[in-house]
Design a protein around this ligand. Structure first.
Ligand SMILES: [Fe+2]
Length: 390
């Protein structure tokens, strides 16, 4: 038995007007100080004021929110007792909002217990809305919650199918001011979600469509959004692509670029999208060299995106070349050495990088599962910028 989960998606110009239609009287906004400073929260509260919905802001979310922050948000939401919880921001704010609404329903739980095993029934109390201000994580369209445990320096993947937002509100006005560097980093995350979701061993007929469309949209519109942040069409389509990417990998699973890139990010603090985007062409090559089924899927994508025509292998390789060209066009690093990481410290970290990657479920959901030795080689090749030939 499978299921495909996604929120009601409100998208396009003036989507914030949807707030004038919601039923409710109190909204609890989960965000960070920068989003407040940029005036983006005000765009939302103006609409809530117009609708006579009271609101309170919790703006203490940090990147990769900690358990302590979530506990604080849980106490504040418990006192406020809203009928809407609204996450405004990037993945961290939206994930924090998901955790907060779960604590509204079950205040006795510790944040690390916000897992698939519990029943929350939070919709008896409130509903959940996600309003992204970046086009990347796709958190607005997934139920996953990533929190960090600062005591043990580890990330926790939490959530339940219940923590899927009821509404994802994609208004391009929220991303128009995003700096070029963040547009590029987060955009690479989108194409990774799209391609890895499409080719995941857990993919189904339901997940293929979103992955395919998100790939085409990203190839077409990410360079435009990067070069001209005021390009409304490009911003709108990248927002759509991010949500579609979330639907793709959120209902299947991401893959090797995520497990290898995630480990690099954890140890060397490379932003998530930049790290996973860097590993995408290398891990695609690894799959092309030993996984026919996935090669055929890359070829389908390449043909659909008008990247190439020809044999499966030729098309798949052309898609890899296209990803490398995209990364170059938007100023993303082609190799680990371009991330300012010293070779000696990287070499020392390889056992830890490999161990972390091996412990990621995303290493298991590809059609050619690498062992320790292959992962080590992938990390070394990616440092030097060498194509994978094994
Ligand atoms: Fe990602």
């Amino acid at each position: 038995m499978w299921n495909f989960a996604c929120p009601l998606i409100v998208y396009g110009d003036n989507s914030l007007d949807y707030l004038l239609q919601v039923k409710g009287s109190k909204a609890f906004i989960v965000t960070d100080k920068n989003i407040v400073k940029l005036g983006l929260v005000k765009l939302v509260t103006n609409k809530l004021d117009e609708k006579n919905i009271k609101w309170e802001i919790f703006d203490e979310v940090e990147p990769e929110p900690s358990m302590d922050t979530i506990k604080k948000a849980g106490v504040a939401v418990g006192i406020y007792q809203p009928d809407w919880v609204i996450g405004i921001g990037g993945g961290s704010c939206m994930d924090a909002a998901k955790a907060t609404i779960l604590l509204l329903a079950r205040p006795e739980l510790e944040p690390e217990a916000l897992s698939v095993l519990e029943d929350f029934n939070f919709r008896e109390k409130a509903r959940l809305m996600a309003i992204p201000t970046t086009s990347g994580t796709g958190s607005e369209a997934t139920w996953a919650i990533v929190l960090s445990d600062t005591k043990d320096n580890r990330k926790l993947g939490l959530g339940t199918t219940e923590s899927m937002p009821d509404v994802a509100l994609l208004d391009p006005v929220m991303v128009m001011g995003m700096p070029a560097q963040i547009t590029a980093d987060t955009g690479m995350d989108v194409i990774c979600h799209a391609i890895e979701g499409y080719t995941s061993a857990w993919g189904t007929s339901m997940t293929l469509g979103p992955g395919l469309i998100a790939t085409r949209l990203t190839l077409q519109f990410l360079p435009r959004a990067y070069k001209d942040g005021s390009d409304l069409e490009a911003r709108t389509e990248m927002m759509n692509a991010a949500a579609l990417g979330g639907m793709s990998f959120g209902n299947s699973m991401a893959g090797l670029a995520h497990s290898t890139g995630h480990s690099l990010g954890a140890i060397f603090h490379v932003p998530h999208g930049r790290a996973v985007g860097l590993f995408l062409p290398y891990t695609m090559e690894y799959l092309i060299n030993g996984a026919e089924e996935t090669t055929a899927k890359y070829a389908e994508m390449a043909r659909y995106c008008c990247v190439a025509n020809g044999s499966d292998k030729e098309c798949a390789q052309a898609l890899v070349a296209k990803i490398r060209a995209l990364a170059k066009e938007i100023g993303q690093p082609a190799a680990v050495k371009d991330c300012g990481i010293e070779k000696s410290s990287y070499e020392k970290a390889i056992p830890a990088l490999v161990e972390r990657a091996l412990n990621e479920i995303m290493t298991m959901t590809v059609t050619r599962v690498p062992g320790e030795e292959d992962l080590e080689k992938i990390y070394r090749y990616a440092y030097d910028g060498k194509s994978i030939d094994f």
